[in-house]
Ligand binder design. Structure first.
Ligand SMILES: Cc1cc2nc3c(=O)[nH]c(=O)nc-3n(C[C@H](O)[C@H](O)[C@H](O)COP(=O)(O)O)c2cc1C
Length: 328
């Protein structure tokens, strides 16, 4: 099973979701190496991008992963979104993704993210402007609609297709649901049937069986994985392997997880520097440690450590003890 987005052919149809504060370059690099077919950057504020805000530029970079990489932009002004798209394409993005699904109040107040689902005219204008601005494929990520009274993803996907968008991803919840309840895979299927461009299904895929289920129930062309990859950058790759072969490969054992984690921590500290990197590294370390004996206490100790050296020492200590307890 492969996936083609405009002229770009992916190795497999499993995509790491854009997640602000999570899907940064170090995480995307690992997910890609472990076999994700595509990764998408954290959402990049189009206005800040156009103003060449340093932190924003760092979020969209470095675009040095092997293979195609998508950069997601968020905003509500067609000309600014077009400029931001152009800047990202010039910096090496192979796909530009438009955020039409973010439910956060801060984004909605700016009339962006999922708020665009309520204004199909503006959404259409933005999609057309972005498609016109760049030579690379443009994709859109949306929810099912604003709320139960406004389920318009099939219609908006049709507008996207008519605007020249190459693929849509649908998170099977409404904006009103935020992250509550369960993603509705059957309703993603309604989007799939409405358009001829590829449709990617997203929501709650945390296991290999769920990856199969979301595709079977939606008929979608691929799957996007977000929170299921927390502390498991290998998971999208394992899902891709399972979907292609039916084989359920084992996740890495404690020692294997530690090796990946240490590399991940180094990369985060390199990317952000120590003071910004430590809090981000602690968050990821906490996820990797889930399920190991004593991990709850470890996590609360971890959050009190401010220096990279302390974090590394405590991490190695904890892993040694946890591995001993597992072996006993
Ligand atoms: C911490 C976090 C940050 C997110 N940031 C973004 C974002 O920047 N852009 C976006 O389109 N979706 C964002 N999302 C939504 C995810 O991409 C995804 O649609 C959602 O989490 C459902 O998929 P999942 O159940 O596999 O996590 C975010 C989700 C989380 C949990």
């Amino acid at each position: 099973m492969t996936l083609t987005i405009g002229p770009i052919r992916l190795d497999n149809p499993v995509i790491l979701a854009p997640m602000a504060g999570v899907s940064d370059a170090p995480f995307r690099r690992l997910a890609r190496r472990f076999g994700a077919g595509l990764t998408v950057s954290e959402m990049i504020a189009s206005k800040a991008m156009v103003r060449a805000h340093a932190k924003t530029l760092r979020m969209s970079s470095p675009l040095d992963l092997e293979g195609p990489q998508a950069v997601q932009i968020v905003g509500c002004e067609a000309d600014v979104m077009a400029d931001a798209a152009r800047m990202n394409a010039d910096r090496g993005a192979s796909i530009i993704d438009i955020n039409m699904g973010c439910p956060a109040k801060k984004i909605i107040r700016g009339e962006a993210g999922a708020a665009l689902m309520k204004d199909e005219l503006l959404a259409g204008r933005i999609m057309e402007a972005v498609v016109r601005a760049v030579d690379v494929p443009v994709t859109v990520k949306m929810r099912l609609g604003w709320d139960e009274g406004c389920i318009n993803a099939p219609r908006l996907a049709k507008i996207a297709e008519e605007s020249g968008v190459a693929m849509v991803t649908v998170h099977g919840r409404t904006r009103a649901q935020f992250y509550g309840g369960q993603a509705d895979y059957a309703r993603i299927g309604e989007v799939k049937r409405a358009v001829a461009i590829p449709v990617i299904a997203n929501g709650d895929v945390t296991s290999l069986d769920k990856a199969r289920e979301i595709l079977d129930r939606s008929g979608a062309d691929g799957v996007m994985i977000g929170r299921g990859a927390y502390g498991r950058p290998w998971f999208p790759g394992l899902a891709a392997h399972f979907l292609a072969t039916g084989e359920k490969k084992e996740e890495p054992d404690a020692a294997g997880r530690l090796a990946v984690l240490l590399e991940h921590v180094d990369d985060m500290l390199d990317h952000y520097g120590e003071s910004a990197g430590v809090p981000i590294a602690r968050k990821h370390i906490a996820w990797y440690s889930k399920g190991l004996p004593g991990s709850a206490e470890f996590r609360s100790q971890l959050m009190r450590l401010g220096e990279a050296k302390q974090v590394r020492e405590r991490l190695l200590d904890f892993w040694r003890q946890a591995s001993d307890r597992l072996a006993a």
